[in-house]
Design a protein around this ligand. Structure first.
Ligand code: PLP
Ligand code: SF4
Length: 368
């Protein structure tokens, strides 16, 4: 028992540390939320208004990271509905990345020549308010199961140009270990695959899910990469660190995909702290993703300058391993393109002029 657990003070440790308990006790209604934080008028109305199109669910573990009195808390912004989610804006789209148009079979998005996304789950422990896939997440009809999943895997088996499969959703770790194990085994037998990736936010929102049983399943898979989604140092708890350590010990190569969100992580110092913590747990910052033009994210959107400022604060100042690529996923399915601060300030046929991380100017002579 722990008094630091507020409304859950009487919950025994065995329950609290059990992901099934956490999953069963998620906050999914106003009344429960009110027992944990001081809900603002805007949040209250948003839960009533927006619920219909994107549900709320928050694990007790993640809920405890929220500041009960500060509505601007970065965890709260990510987890609690806000009236601004009802705002529309130019360019907004239900399917901003045109994933449906690039879907050759149910559950597969094949945009790049050599790799595919495979949707296996529509569930997540916490529904992130900034989610790009609101049209699918939480909707049981959106993920293929049984025969349809079989057809999706057959598409990958029969297309030897595919070298990389990203298991996605929703969150693939909401699958049972048994189902996940079978999937990894089947993908592992496909000779033309170089690697398998799992995209999951469980280490952030439900780190208890990363246990010995799961790691035993992951350990059997070949070339497994796990992409997590940490956005703020408040998420960097001992539990989350332990989850990353266990995944790395199980042989997974860890990467983090942070989404750049106004009011959460546009301050460079926040990202420096986050990325240093990730490296301590063998998780390499891989991408900073510019916020996609999904519904309900008007209040999260940033300019490219916000992202470039973050990269500038990292490059040269901290380990190169802590510097991810800042990318925009082009609307309409154009794919991801990097956005880089201007280090190159002039380029002639012979001489190139750079500005380095300290703002000093340096030249480079090119071969003729
Ligand atoms: C992001 C994405 C990938 C993976 O891209 P990488 O740059 O290789 O990490 C693959 N397919 C789709 C459709 C994507 O959106
Ligand atoms: S975990 Fe990922 S898929 Fe699930 S709600 Fe969050 S952003 Fe969306």
């Amino acid at each position: 028992m722990s008094t630091g657990r507020g409304v859950w003070a009487d919950v025994i440790d065995d329950d609290w540390n059990d992901w099934r308990w956490q999953q069963r006790h998620r906050i999914d209604g106003l009344e429960m939320l009110e027992s944990v934080i001081d809900v603002t008028a805007s949040e209250r109305e948003a839960i009533r208004e927006c619920k219909a199109w994107f549900r709320m669910a928050i694990t007790p573990y993640y809920a405890l990271l929220m500041d009960p009195t500060d509505p601007d808390c970065p965890i709260r912004r990510q987890a609690v509905p806000h009236l601004d989610e009802c705002l529309t804006y130019p360019g907004m789209s239900d399917d901003p990345l045109a994933e449906e148009a690039h879907s050759p079979v149910d559950g597969v998005v094949h945009r790049y020549p050599d790799r595919v996304l495979l949707y296996v789950s529509h569930n997540c422990p916490v529904y992130c308010r900034h989610c790009t896939r609101k049209r699918k997440v939480g909707d049981p009809s959106s993920t293929p199961a049984g025969q349809r999943l079989d057809a999706a895997i057959r598409y990958i088996e029969q297309n030897d140009k595919i070298h990389d499969v990203l298991i996605s959703g929703g969150d693939p770790l909401t699958l049972s270990n048994q189902v996940l194990g079978r999937l990894l085994e089947r993908l592992g037998r496909i000779p033309h695959l170089d690697l398998i990736r799992i995209g999951t936010r469980n280490p952030v929102t439900l780190p208890q899910r990363i246990d010995e049983e799961l790691c035993a399943v992951l350990r059997t898979s070949r070339s497994l990469y796990v992409h997590t989604h940490f956005n703020h140092p408040k998420e960097c708890t001992p539990e989350a660190g332990r989850a990353l350590d266990m995944l790395a010990d199980a042989g997974c190569v860890l990467g983090n995909q942070m989404v750049l969100l106004k009011g959460v992580n546009t301050e460079p110092a926040v990202v420096v702290e986050l990325n240093r913590w990730l490296l301590r747990h063998r998780c390499r910052p891989y991408y900073i993703l510019h916020c996609d033009a999904a519904p309900g994210v008007a209040h999260f959107r940033t300019t490219l300058d916000d992202g470039r400022r973050v990269i500038k604060a990292l490059r040269g100042h901290v380990s190169g391993l802590a510097v991810p690529q800042y990318v925009v996923d082009l609307s309409g399915g154009g794919g991801k393109v990097p956005v880089v601060p201007d280090y190159l300030i002039a380029e002639g046929p012979q001489e190139v002029v750079f500005r380095n991380y300290q703002g000093r100017v340096h030249g480079l002579t090119q071969p003729q």
